[in-house]
Design a binder for this molecule. Structure first.
Ligand code: NAG
Length: 326
C-alpha cells in the first residue's frame, strides 16, 4: 500500500507538472503570435495572394501544379509576395534578379524553419552550417572541386555515359517489336516492291505444280509486282491492309507469296539491314510529321530495275509540333 503522504505528494507533483506544461505552452503560443505579428508587419508593404485563415498558402503550395501557381502569382506581383506556410511561418517569396541580388550577394544563414527539418536527413553539413564553422568547411572543400581535380572524372563521365547508352541500345531493340509499323512497311513492300521484276536462267529443267515444264536454259521473269497482287493469294489486292502481315495471317500464307527481297538461297543479303533502317527512319519521320500525298501530283510508277516514280514523290508534310512524340 502506498502511504497517504506519498500519494498526496505525487498528486501535487502531477498538478505542478500540468501547470508548468500549460504555462510553457502558453508562452510558446505568445512567442509564435508575436513572431507572426512581426513577420506580417515586416511584409506589410508587399501585396500578395489571399491567404487561408489556417493554412496560409500551404494548400496551394502542396498541390501538384504549385510551381505554375507561383508563376501565376509572380505575374500578378512582379517582384515578390508574402508566402505563408500556416499561420506562423511567412516568407517573402522573391523571383526578380535585383531582389535576388539584394539577398544572395550577402551571406545570410539558411532559414532554420525550413532546414531544421532536413537536419536528421543531411546532418549538420555544409548546406545548413553557418558562421566560422561553415567558412572553415567551405574552405576545406573548395579545392576538391578545382578544375584540375575534376579532369580525371571526365573519363568516368564518359564511361558511365557509354554504359548508359549501351543499355539504351539494348532497349532500342524496340526495333524488332514495332509490330504495327513492321506490318505497314511489309504491306508497302507488297504493293510497291523495291525490285518488281527479277530474272533467272534455268540451269536444269523445272516442272511446275500443274505438270507443265521448261527445259534447262529457259529464261524466267519473276514478276514480284504481279505476284504481290495475285488475287488468289491476296484478297482485294489493291487495298492497303497491314493486317495481312499479322503473325497469324502471314503464317497461313504460302512462303513464296511475298518476296520483296526475292527468295531462296540468292535472296537479298541486306534484308534485315534494310528492314531495321526502314523501321527507324520511318518511326522517326512519323514522330515529327504527318505525311500525305499531293493528290494533284500522284507518283507515276516506273520500272527501272528498281521501282521508281517518274515524277518524283510529292508529299504534304504537317509538322506535329515541338516535343511531339517525345
Ligand atoms: C487477317 O487479315 C484479315 C484481312 O486483312 C483481317 O481482317 C484480320 O483481322 C487479320 N487477322 C489477324 C489476326 O490479324
Amino acid at each position: 500500500m502506498v502511504p497517504s503522504f506519498l500519494s498526496l505528494r505525487l498528486s501535487c507533483l502531477g498538478l505542478w507538472a500540468s501547470g508548468l506544461i500549460l504555462v510553457l505552452g502558453f508562452l510558446k503560443l505568445i512567442r509564435l503570435l508575436l513572431r507572426r505579428q512581426r513577420l506580417a508587419k515586416a511584409m506589410g508593404n508587399f501585396p500578395g495572394p489571399p491567404t487561408h485563415w489556417l493554412f496560409g498558402h500551404a494548400l496551394e503550395i502542396q498541390q501538384t501544379g504549385s510551381l505554375d501557381k507561383v508563376v501565376s502569382w509572380a505575374h500578378q506581383f512582379p517582384y515578390a509576395h508574402p508566402l505563408w506556410f500556416g499561420q506562423f511561418i511567412g516568407f517573402l517569396n522573391i523571383y526578380e534578379p535585383d531582389y535576388a541580388k539584394a539577398v544572395y550577394s550577402r551571406g545570410d544563414p539558411k532559414a532554420p524553419d525550413v532546414y531544421d527539418f532536413f537536419l536528421q536527413w543531411i546532418g549538420r553539413g555544409l548546406l545548413v552550417l553557418e558562421g566560422p564553422k561553415w567558412f572553415q568547411h567551405r574552405k576545406l572543400l573548395t579545392p576538391g572541386f578545382h578544375y584540375d581535380v575534376l579532369k580525371p572524372y571526365v573519363a568516368l563521365f564518359a564511361e558511365s555515359t557509354r554504359v548508359m547508352l549501351d543499355k539504351w541500345e539494348e532497349k532500342a531493340d524496340d526495333l524488332g517489336k514495332m509490330t504495327y509499323l513492321t506490318m505497314c512497311i511489309k504491306e508497302s513492300f507488297r504493293l510497291y516492291p523495291p525490285v518488281p521484276q527479277v530474272y533467272r536462267q534455268l540451269s536444269k529443267p523445272v516442272t511446275f505444280v500443274d505438270g507443265r515444264s521448261l527445259p534447262a536454259g529457259s529464261l524466267i521473269s519473276m514478276h514480284i509486282y504481279a505476284l504481290h497482287r495475285n488475287s488468289a493469294v491476296w484478297p482485294d489486292p489493291e487495298v492497303f491492309d497491314p493486317l495481312r502481315f499479322s503473325t497469324e495471317n502471314a503464317s497461313k500464307r504460302h512462303p513464296f507469296a511475298f518476296m520483296p527481297f526475292s527468295a531462296g538461297p540468292r535472296n537479298c543479303i541486306g534484308q534485315q539491314f534494310a528492314m531495321s533502317e526502314m523501321k527507324v527512319v520511318t518511326a522517326m519521320c512519323l514522330l515529327h510529321f504527318e505525311f500525305s500525298l499531293d493528290p494533284s501530283r500522284l507518283p507515276i510508277k516506273m520500272l527501272q530495275l528498281v521501282l521508281r516514280s517518274k515524277n518524283g514523290i510529292h508529299l504534304h508534310l504537317k509538322p506535329l509540333g515541338p516535343g511531339s512524340g517525345k
